[in-house]
Ligand binder design. Structure first.
Ligand code: 5AD
Length: 443
């Protein structure tokens, strides 16, 4: 009987993709991937440490696994990978007492070897070396999603925003060769993945190490030319690196989705300066205007942190007013939490009390909810193209997909439609998604 491995993923798309790569490596090493820790010989927790809450999840999940597996087949081998692994290293073994392997973000490829060493020696194995290597053998990642394929174009980050742990967990910025990226896109398209998601911490900072003339805009053109690709998305761009050529590529290339995630983090220049974002409120608002002039039908989304050190009520109100001015289609908003190694942690006192952070978050989320509910109402009566990506979890005769602007649309349809583009007439809008009727059966 083959050994079984269960991978649980926390955090961002980069982590989801790392898990796909680990699944492939483990299958090559003879493991069968299962989705239940209770029947697994090996459990992998692929962790996130971008915010405090995400990090706490590792230790509470380890406790649950210990309890639950004790009732079944006994303790499996446990490996911790990802950003908490990179950050804490050996300390995880000491604190948790039940972890056999710790693999940092750059040592992913050594997972099967380390697992085998831990198994045979009975000794915990840790590798958090910065290997710097961005190559990954083609065809190994096991893509679980039938429609979406994540393709990494940049690893790591050199920006050192004051709040952000990423440069410390994922290392400095490294670009993948464009030829490798295009080869991977072709391979994903050949296996039926029609929606390509290009990934990088600052995805629009891309310049090809193997082609000096190739920047992010040129890369979009290269990916657009790949047969079988229906849609292209990317995450996450930095406002500072948005170029004219990039905006024109989004406008002109039909497969590139008309959606831009532009993390602003705060609406107050004083806070943006303290955050080391290197743009002001005015720069950002000018950019939004430029984006909308060039791509009139674009939808925008953002990330915002409330309660950053030194954020006054007035600074917060500037964030609310920026939100009202921009009118985002969606927003991810967070309470500031201190992260290890960051500038904010070392140099800035966490001045905003926890209750005040919660209050500001609730106010901002209400403002955003009203805005996006109104924006989604505007779709009622219109017909939109939806790329179907999943069956509904609640109703067996419903499917769901996204518009080019990244809004979720639910409608009656068959599972065979997954991967197809369907025109849908919108008849109802909620605060987060739309409902409609397919206008014809799929081609
Ligand atoms: N506290 C709160 N939110 C954070 N983010 C990153 N670091 C922190 C932190 N220390 C948020 C930012 C970022 C998103 C991925 O997570 O908004 O864009």
């Amino acid at each position: 009987m083959p050994k079984t491995a269960c991978i649980e993923t926390f955090g961002c798309q980069m982590n989801v993709h790392d898990s796909e790569r680990m699944a492939g490596l483990l299958e090559q090493a003879g493991y069968e991937i299962v989705h239940d820790v209770d029947i697994a010989d090996l459990v992998i927790l692929n962790t996130c440490s971008v915010r405090e809450k995400a990090e706490e999840k590792l230790f509470s999940r380890l406790g649950e696994i210990r309890k639950s597996t004790a009732k079944h087949k006994g303790m499996p081998l446990v490996a911790v990978t990802g950003c908490v692994a990179q950050q804490e290293g050996d300390a995880i073994i000491t604190r948790a007492g039940m972890v056999d392997v710790v693999v940092g973000t750059q040592a992913l490829r050594r997972l099967p070897v380390l697992v085998s060493e831990a198994e045979h020696s009975g000794q915990p194995q840790v590798d958090t070396n910065p290997y710097d290597d961005v190559s990954f053998p083609l065809g190994i990642a096991v893509r679980h999603d039938p429609v979406k394929a994540y393709v990494t174009i940049i690893e790591g980050c050199n920006d050192y925003c004051a709040f952000c742990v990423v440069p410390y967990t994922r290392g400095h910025e490294r670009m993948r060769p464009v030829e490798e990226v295009v080869r991977e896109v072709k391979q994903a398209a050949d296996t039926g993945h029609s929606e390509i998601h290009l990934l990088g911490q600052i995805v629009n900072h891309y310049h090809a190490p193997d082609d000096p003339g190739c920047d992010f805009a040129s890369l979009l053109h290269r990916v657009h030319a790949v047969r079988g690709v229906k849609r292209i998305r990317f995450a996450s761009p930095h406002p500072r690196h948005v170029t004219q050529a990039m905006l024109e590529a989004i406008r002109d290339l039909t497969k590139v989705c008309k959606h831009l995630h532009l993390p602003v983090q705060s609406g107050a220049t004083a806070i943006l300066t303290r955050m080391r974002r290197r743009h002001t409120r005015e720069d950002y608002l000018d950019l939004v205007e430029r984006v909308r002039n060039i791509i009139p039908d674009v939808t925008l989304s953002t990330d915002i942190i409330v309660g950053f050190p030194g954020e006054s009520q007035q600074h917060f109100e500037e964030t609310v007013s920026l939100t009202e001015r921009v009118r985002y289609h969606s927003m991810f908003s967070f309470k500031y939490s201190e992260r290890p190694n960051t500038l904010a942690r070392f140099r800035m006192a966490d001045t905003v009390p926890a209750e005040e952070k919660s209050r500001r978050l609730a106010v901002l989320q209400q403002v955003q909810m009203d805005i996006q509910s109104r924006l989604l109402m505007e779709y009622v009566g219109r017909t939109v193209d939806v790329l179907v990506d999943s069956k509904s979890r609640r109703r067996s005769n419903e499917v769901s997909g996204r518009t080019t602007g990244n809004t979720v649309v639910n409608f009656t349809g068959q599972p065979e439609w997954i991967g197809q583009m369907v025109p849908v007439r919108v008849c109802r809008a909620g605060p987060n998604s739309l409902w409609g009727e397919a206008q014809r059966t799929c081609q």
